[in-house]
Design a protein around this ligand. Structure first.
Ligand SMILES: [Zn+2]
Length: 134
């Protein structure tokens, strides 16, 4: 049953259903995605006698530093300007996916209390004294 696919019995409001449709449409059009983020940073090197360790320091760079987590560890890689230009849309895609997933989780969480109330109402109406309207 396509209409009920993925809602897992949650009773979504019309607004939430509209948001779900929009999120699904956006997910369907999102392409390849790269995790992590890029920061432009000036760095110190490992050489003891280098201008980057002088006072005042003259740091190296700026560099495009791509940071991401791999198995719980932070991994960095310096990207050339060309690489950054090529990867930017993929980094943006991943950011968009994270935002969509967060929105999807939020609207699902909003529906959970309503589902609990409905279950409680069904249990009350199944018992003999559960005829009181709420
Ligand atoms: Zn240096």
């Amino acid at each position: 049953m396509v209409a009920a696919m993925g809602t897992a019995g949650l009773r979504l409001s019309p607004e939430a259903r509209a948001a779900l449709r929009r999120i699904r449409a956006e997910l369907a059009t999102t392409g390849p995605a790269l995790p992590g983020s890029v920061e432009v940073r000036r760095l110190r090197c490992g050489k003891v006698a280098c201008a980057c360790r002088a006072t005042p320091p003259r740091l190296h760079g700026p560099y495009n530093v791509w940071t991401r987590k791999v198995a719980g560890r932070t991994v960095t890689r310096v990207l050339t300007d060309e690489e950054l230009e090529a990867y930017r849309p993929l980094l943006d895609n991943a950011r968009r996916l994270r935002a969509l997933v967060a929105e999807l989780c939020a609207l699902s969480l909003d529906a959970v209390p309503a589902a609990d109330r409905r279950r409680a109402r069904q249990q009350r109406s199944a018992s003999p004294e559960g005829t009181r309207a709420t």
